[in-house]
Design a protein around this ligand. Structure first.
Ligand SMILES: *Cc1c(COP(=O)(O)O)cnc(C)c1O
Length: 428
C-alpha cells in the first residue's frame, strides 16, 4: 500500500473541500454600502440582489434572509400555516402533523419541521441522483395518506427527480418546500432548481457555489407569500406608528453588507459552475480503472452545478469499516479501501474531504422518527427492518461507501492530479 505516495509531500497550503472565491466586485458593493451608510438590513444591495436572484431562478419573488436555514424555516412555517391555519403564539404551524422529508441531507433542510412542531418522516434516497426516491415517496403516501407537505433537497448540486416528485405531490394535494441551498444554478429540464417547489430556498453560506459569507433567499411566485415572509423576517411589525404585533416575528433579514458580497458574486456564478464541472470531469477521468463511481446525475434531463465532487467505492473494493456515533474504525486490506482510509490519507497530505451527509434516520436526535424505503420497509412500519436487499436503506449504503472529494475551485489541475494519485494509492 501507498508505494506511489512515497515521493508526494503534503500540500503547503491546504486544499479545501470548497472555500469562498472572491473577485473584487464584492468589495466594491460593500464599500458602496459604507459610503452610503446603509449598514443595516435595508439598502440598495438587498433590493438589487433580490431582483437578480429572482431573475436567474425564474421566480417572481426572492426575499433576502440571514441564511438558508432561515429561508427554509419561514418556507416550512408558511406551508404549515396554509395547510393547518395560523398557530397560537406558543405553537408551531405544523401542530404534530407528519411531513415527508429528504433523508440523506444536511440537518438544516429538515430541522424547521421540528421548529414548527411537525414530525419528519424520512424518505429513502435513490441511487440515480442520491436524492429523494420517488418510489419511496409513493410508498410513504400509501402508508400515511394524510400527509400534505414534502421537504426535498438537491444534494451536492445535482437535481433530484423533481418533476416525478411534483406529480406525486399533485396527486395527493401536497405542497413542496424545495431546498436548493447546494444547487443554485443547476437546472432540471432547463428550469432552475429552487423554482419547482411551492416555496424554495437557496444559501450563500461560506462554502456554497457563491457566497455572501452567510445569507440565504426565500423563493416564490406569490406576492402575498413574499410579503408575509418579509414581514415575519423583520419581527412581524404591523402597519402602525408604534411596534404593533399580531404575529410572532423573527430577526431573519439579510444585512446590506452581506448583500453587497452576494451582489458581486452573482456575476461569477456561471464561472464557478464551469470550474466545478471541470473538477468533476477531471476526477472522473482520473479514476478510470478504479472500482469507483462518481456522484451520478440524470444527464438527459439535468445540468448540475457540480458543487461537490463525490465518489462511491464499489462493494467488492470496500475493506472492513465500522462507525460508532462519533468514531470510525477500519481494517486496512490489500487492494481495498474505505471512505475513512481515504479521508485520513487526504488529511495527511493536507487536503480536505468529507463523509457523505449522514442520513437523518441514522441521527440520534431523529431515531424515533419513521423512515420509508422504496420497498415500503424501513422504520415505523409493521415489517420494520426486514432485509429486502438493495432497495433497503440506500442512504445508509451511500453513507458507508461514499465520500466528498476536495472540490475547491481554486485547486489547480496539478494539485488535483496529486489528489487523484493519493486516492489511487489507497486501492493498492
Ligand atoms: C448549507 C445548507 C443549508 C443551510 O444553509 P445556511 O445558509 O448555512 O443556513 C440547508 N440545506 C442544505 C442541503 C445545505 O447544504
Amino acid at each position: 500500500m501507498f508505494q506511489n505516495t512515497k515521493n508526494i509531500k503534503p500540500f503547503e497550503k491546504k486544499v479545501w473541500l470548497s472555500s469562498p472565491t472572491m473577485h473584487g466586485d464584492e468589495q466594491k458593493w460593500v464599500n458602496d454600502a459604507f459610503v452610503k451608510n446603509w449598514i443595516t438590513t435595508a439598502g440598495e444591495n438587498i433590493n438589487e440582489v433580490e431582483k437578480i436572484v429572482a431573475e436567474r431562478i425564474g421566480v417572481k419573488y426572492a426575499v433576502a434572509l440571514s441564511c438558508g436555514t432561515a429561508a427554509l424555516h419561514l418556507a416550512t412555517k408558511l406551508a404549515g400555516e396554509k395547510l393547518y391555519g395560523q398557530a397560537k403564539p406558543n405553537c408551531g404551524t405544523l401542530q404534530g402533523h407528519k411531513v415527508f422529508c429528504s433523508d440523506m441531507t444536511f440537518d438544516a433542510t429538515i430541522n424547521p419541521v421540528a421548529y414548527e412542531d411537525g414530525e419528519a418522516v424520512f424518505i429513502d434516497t435513490e441511487p440515480d441522483t442520491w436524492n429523494m426516491c420517488p418510489k419511496a415517496l409513493e410508498k410513504a403516501f400509501e402508508i400515511y395518506p394524510d400527509v400534505r407537505l414534502v421537504v426535498v433537497a438537491h444534494l451536492y448540486g445535482i437535481p433530484g427527480k423533481i418533476d416525478e416528485i411534483r406529480e406525486i405531490c399533485n396527486c395527493h394535494g401536497a405542497l413542496i418546500v424545495e431546498d436548493a441551498a447546494e444547487s443554485f444554478g443547476a437546472t432540471y429540464k432547463s428550469k432552475e432548481t429552487g423554482g419547482f417547489g411551492d416555496f424554495g430556498a437557496i444559501s450563500f453560506n461560506g462554502n456554497k457555489i457563491i457566497t455572501g459569507s452567510s445569507g440565504g433567499m426565500f423563493l416564490t411566485n406569490s406576492k402575498e407569500d413574499a410579503d408575509k415572509v418579509r414581514k415575519w423576517s423583520t419581527q412581524s411589525r404591523e402597519a402602525a406608528p408604534w411596534y404593533q404585533h399580531e404575529e410572532i416575528g423573527y430577526n431573519y433579514r439579510m444585512s446590506n453588507i452581506i448583500a453587497g458580497i452576494v451582489r458581486g458574486q452573482m456575476n461569477y456564478l456561471d464561472e464557478h459552475i464551469a470550474q466545478k464541472r471541470a473538477i468533476y470531469e477531471r476526477y472522473k477521468k482520473g479514476f478510470e480503472g478504479l472500482p469507483v463511481t462518481m456522484n451520478p446525475f440524470d444527464s438527459a434531463n439535468s445540468v448540475p452545478n457540480y458543487w461537490l465532487s463525490c465518489m462511491l467505492i464499489k462493494p467488492e473494493a470496500m475493506c472492513r469499516q465500522v462507525r460508532s456515533e462519533n468514531e470510525p474504525m477500519y481494517i486496512a486490506e490489500k487492494g481495498k479501501t474505505c471512505p475513512t482510509e481515504i479521508l485520513e490519507t487526504l488529511a495527511k497530505f493536507n487536503a480536505e474531504g468529507r463523509p457523505i451527509w449522514k442520513p437523518m434516520h441514522m441521527q440520534p436526535i431523529y431515531r424515533m422518527n419513521p423512515f420509508v424505503t422504496a420497498n415500503g420497509n424501513g422504520r415505523g412500519q409493521s415489517n420494520a427492518y426486514i432485509d429486502c436487499g438493495e432497495a433497503n436503506d440506500v442512504g445508509a449504503d451511500i453513507f458507508a461507501r461514499g465520500l466528498c472529494l476536495p472540490s475547491d475551485n481554486k485547486m489547480t489541475p496539478e494539485q488535483q492530479d496529486i489528489i487523484i494519485e493519493i486516492i489511487r494509492s489507497c486501492f493498492e
